[in-house]
Ligand binder design. Structure first.
Ligand SMILES: [Cu+2]
Length: 124
């Protein structure tokens, strides 16, 4: 019996590590064709790290599947940007990130967490 409990503990610990660490840092997306699809479900933005170029318009296409009020708002600190996301249909949020840097975006209670990395324009 105690072995079963220990095994359960190990599995649980592994799951917690995965949930809070790997699942949130492991998915990253770069803007392709100026649109990034972001799924809002299960307490995470997928992908949660978005790389976009500075000075060019980008569209974040949010698809919110989570009906809980927690997921309703998305707030971009540092970008002076926020939106209310509808459930079950795509919502486009377009903006031009002017300054390179890292900006967090979260739901109202900061349970959903993501990050936009605005990259300096590469001179060509
Ligand atoms: Cu929330």
């Amino acid at each position: 019996m105690s072995i079963a409990i220990n095994l359960f503990g190990i599995v649980l610990a592994a799951f917690i590590v995965w949930w809070f660490w790997i699942s949130k840092t492991g998915n990253e997306a770069r803007a392709e064709g100026d649109i990034i699809n972001v799924l809002v479900d299960g307490g995470v933005y997928t992908p949660s790290v978005l790389r976009v170029p500075a000075g060019r318009s980008v569209t974040l296409r949010f698809l919110r599947k989570d009906p809980s009020p927690c997921a309703e708002k998305v707030i971009f600190s540092g970008l002076d940007l926020s939106a209310d996301l509808p459930v079950g249909k795509p919502f486009d949020l377009s903006f031009v990130p002017e300054k390179a840097g890292e900006y967090d975006f979260t739901c109202q209670m900061a349970m959903y967490r993501g990050k936009i990395i605005v990259e300096e324009k590469t001179e060509s």
